[in-house]
Write a protein that binds this ligand. Structure first.
Ligand code: 5GP
Length: 178
């Protein structure tokens, strides 16, 4: 374990097992239909890359960059799309893939914005969920792991753009937060 990690919450083995399970569930739920998978950058890119290879369906991949107003540690009730998808999602089956849901603002508001474009269906999938932190009434359709209220890094998740490449999800030591 790296020196800046206090505790590993999700091991590489547990990640692989859960991603395979999510892939099977999603494959069964959409049953042969084409899926537009929207990866919320940058945090979800590692998860989305793994997940799409566990989904046995025709997939159109797109990416989006969203940002919620407010400071770096607390989200707020506004989300802006900083870089939009290129796919026309009207009448398409859409799955928005994110890394973590905390207050719920970002994914909830992003899904609302995308819904206005008239997809046939729109669901959300997050690898991690912190339900105890939820501020808005929002439940992702697919969840990998529920975790306690702690700041986590790895498997795509960063602190100040570092640690995204860690192969596990861990809690960062306090002395490395500044
Ligand atoms: P929400 O709008 O749900 O409060 O915030 C979601 C976003 O906050 C995530 O996409 C992620 O960028 C960031 N975030 C929330 N909790 C954590 C965490 O524990 N670690 C990291 N690295 N980012 C987090």
């Amino acid at each position: 374990m790296e020196k800046f990690v206090k505790e590993i919450l999700v091991s590489p083995e547990a990640i692989a097992q859960k991603v395979a399970q999510l892939g099977q569930t999603i494959t069964a739920d959409y049953c042969g239909e084409e899926l537009v998978l929207i990866c919320v950058l940058k945090g979800a890119m590692v998860f989305a890359a793994d997940l799409m290879r566990q989904i046995d369906l025709p997939i159109i991949l797109d990416t989006i960059v969203a940002s919620s107003y407010g400071n770096s540690t607390e989200s707020s009730g506004e989300v802006i799309i900083k870089q939009d998808i290129k796919t026309n999602i009207k009448d398409k089956q859409v799955l928005v893939v994110d890394d973590i849901v905390d207050t719920g603002y970002t994914l909830h508001l992003l899904c609302e914005k995308l819904r206005q474009r008239g997809p046939k269906s729109l669901k959300s999938c997050t690898f991690l969920d912190k339900p105890s932190r939820r501020v808005v009434d929002f439940a992702p359709d697919y969840v990998g792991y529920e975790i306690p209220d702690a700041f986590v890094i790895g498997y795509g998740l960063d602190y100040n753009e570092q640690y995204r490449a860690l192969p596990y999800v861990g809690i960062i030591k306090e002395e490395y937060i500044h």
